[in-house]
Design a binder for this molecule. Structure first.
Ligand code: GLN
Length: 275
């Protein structure tokens, strides 16, 4: 976990520097972020390609590589639970996997328009998203956690009322907090790291974000804690285009096999140490 904390620290430093790509203006930010990330993504694609027979062609995975330990950069490579699961799925399907990094809020469109074949991004299944894409069976559980400064008076979801809440744009934290506490109280940042940075500088009073990135961010930053009370419990699944039912079926079969033989659990255990 130390190593991950260092990586997150690096990501946070990176997030505070404008030169690092993912800016808050999403459309232009997205273009340049995915442009520069594509170069690294092709390197990382070598890392995730199976090296085995790849008769079935290439599967392009879309993600937002600012979500440790599901996806993050290790040097110029995208690694993490989702990258490893994608590789394992590719191996099952006899396909090579390449990764495209982009803003989280571009992912649904990217899969709808065929820019990518599938999205693995710690993405939660929601009814609204299901109107635009199909989701595979779930491969992991996510929890929306609340991060606050150690001396905060906020002790649970009810106390968030009337406070400024930082979230990552277009995520379930953003969607649900806007519904529950009103849009005016919610400030959306391009990455979770940016939201945590805003918490540290007092621009927001709490950050609502998925629990595993929350743990990594808190570990990398002094003076923050995660509240014991969970905000929501969610299912992570792979998004594919509505008309690509062939891929959906293949992925579901492969997910079932990888669950059955323990591969998915061992990938999760590799990145998440049990408490
Ligand atoms: N699970 C959250 C969602 O689907 C956040 C995912 C992410 O930021 N990568 O909205």
């Amino acid at each position: 976990m130390k190593k991950l904390a260092l990586l997150v620290a690096a990501a946070l430093m990176c997030a505070s520097m404008v030169a690092c790509g993912s800016s808050s203006s999403s459309s232009s930010g997205s273009a340049s972020a995915s442009g520069s990330a594509s170069a690294s993504a092709s390197t990382s694609s070598e890392a995730v390609s199976s090296g085995e027979e790849t008769t079935g062609g290439t599967l392009i995975m879309g993600t937002n590589a600012a979500f440790p330990p599901y996806e993050y950069y290790e040097n110029d490579q995208i690694v993490g639970i989702d990258a490893d699961i994608a590789k394992a799925l590719g191996d099952k399907l006899g396909m090579e996997v390449t990764i495209e990094d982009m803003d989280f809020n571009s992912l649904i469109t990217a899969v709808q328009t065929g820019k990518v074949d599938m999205v693995l991004a710690g993405m939660t299944v929601t009814p609204d998203r299901e109107e635009n894409v199909n989701f595979t069976d779930s491969y992991a559980t996510g929890i929306q956690s609340i991060i606050v400064p150690e001396d905060s008076e906020i002790t649970g979801p009810d106390d968030l009322e009337g406070h400024k809440i930082g979230v990552q744009e277009s995520t379930t934290g953003h969607i649900f907090c806007s519904d529950d506490y009103g849009e005016d109280n919610v400030i959306a940042y391009t990455t979770g790291a940016n939201a945590v940075e805003a918490l540290k500088t007092g621009k927001v009073d709490a950050v609502v974000i998925d629990n595993e990135p929350a743990k990594a961010f808190v570990e990398a930053n002094e003076g923050l804690k995660i509240l014991d009370t969970e905000y929501t419990v969610e299912d992570y699944a792979i998004a594919v285009a509505k008309d690509n039912t062939e891929l959906l079926d293949k992925l579901n079969t492969a997910i079932a096999e990888l669950k059955e033989d323990g591969t998915i659990q061992s990938i999760i255990d590799k990145y998440i140490t049990a408490e």
